[in-house]
Write a protein that binds this ligand. Structure first.
Ligand SMILES: *[C@@H]1O[C@H](CO)[C@@H](O)[C@H](O)[C@H]1NC(C)=O
Length: 339
């Protein structure tokens, strides 16, 4: 255990001194260790870049922004979200191309279940980290799973602050995703506020290269209302503009005293850079998700199966049945019944 850990640190930092290598291999008999160390050191000295392929490191070999990759993924795999697509592309590209950001990137994704919020955070992770969501530098926290007991609030706060600090110290380009942000205790949200702010550094650590993504259903109903009104007026969904949604989002979420999210001063302090609205999905979007999922499972196109599946899903409002109640959530397992 100790051996491999030491090696990893050495690999990532690019050290290859013989002494350190011998030290790392301490548990093995010294003569063997020195022999191996000499061989490995010699090899590495002549092929230093080989190292970084073995173990994920906080280096450009593992972390670098793939703008085209993100744009293509958003274009081809995210359905019915013309506004979110636009905002995300602009936000992430702007931040990743900025060599000297004044604060970390903070995105707050809002919308009904299954509209693609989790999926988009995954796409962002994949565009920055070669390992995507599996990267050691990407951290996912879920309010109900990680921070569910109010009694432990102080412990949660301490842990969370320590984790963020520890991980950003290790790699400044770290990403933190908070799912169910609206279920997080306001005190806990307050405890991460300093990390989101415009500080040069906090205790010697700079958070300016980090990425924070908050996911919540907060404001989802209001977004549905707007989409429904457009539909009833016979307007195209694509005519909905960001400003049409920003207004309802701010009224329903930011001024709602019951929403834990906005008790905190995240908003007034402008710590969130972009609020990203996700619209409820229609029949045709769920079909599109179904087709992608089918292909992901390695099947040939099968419209009959996909349509049968989507037809049996529930849509609302009851009369018009326009929007999918669960969006594209759970489609992967649902699809199996119809194949
Ligand atoms: C990094 O975050 C994880 C939680 O995702 C935590 O378990 C770990 O201790 C943190 N690492 C450091 C060095 O703080």
């Amino acid at each position: 255990m100790r051996v491999s850990w030491s090696l990893v640190v050495m690999l990532c930092a690019g050290w290859s001194s013989r002494i350190m290598m011998a030290e790392a291999l301490e548990p093995i008999s010294t003569s063997i260790a020195v022999g191996i160390a000499a061989a490995v050191t010699g090899f590495l000295a002549s092929n230093p870049n080989v190292l970084y392929y073995f173990q994920e490191c906080c280096r450009s070999e593992w972390i670098s922004y793939n703008k085209t990759g993100l744009e293509e993924a958003l274009q081809q795999k995210l359905f019915g979200q013309h506004i979110a697509t636009h905002v995300i592309r602009k936000a992430v590209t702007g931040f990743m191309n900025n060599e000297n950001p004044k604060k970390p990137l903070v995105l707050s994704l809002h919308g009904w279940t299954g509209t693609g919020k989790n999926y988009v955070s995954q796409l962002i992770a994949e565009s920055v980290y070669r390992e995507g969501m599996k990267s050691e530098f990407v951290h996912l926290f879920t309010a109900t799973a990680h921070f569910s007991h109010v009694d432990y609030l102080n412990e949660y706060k301490r842990n969370l602050q320590q984790w963020i600090k520890g991980n950003v110290t290790r790699c400044s380009r770290s990403m933190f995703i908070f799912d169910e942000m609206d279920k997080m205790h306001p005190g806990l949200i307050d405890s991460i506020k300093p990390f989101l702010d415009f500080y040069d550094n906090l205790d010697g650590v700079s958070y300016r290269n980090a990425i924070f993504v908050f996911l919540s259903n907060a404001g989802g109903e209001k977004l549905v209302e707007v989409a429904l009104n457009f539909w009833r007026e016979g307007k195209e969904r694509e005519e909905i503009k960001l400003k049409d949604l920003e207004e309802v989002l701010s009224l329903s979420v930011f001024n709602n005293k019951n929403s834990g999210l906005w008790h905190t001063s995240l908003i007034d302090k402008n710590l969130v850079d972009f609020f990203v609205p996700f619209l409820p999905l229609e029949y045709k979007h769920v079909l599109q998700c179904g087709r992608v999922e089918l292909a992901n499972k390695g099947h040939e196109p099968n419209e009959i199966a996909v349509e049968a599946m989507v037809r049996e899903m529930s849509f609302f409002p009851q009369e018009e049945r326009i929007f999918s109640s669960k969006g594209c959530k759970g489609i992967a397992s649902r699809l199996d019944y119809y194949l």
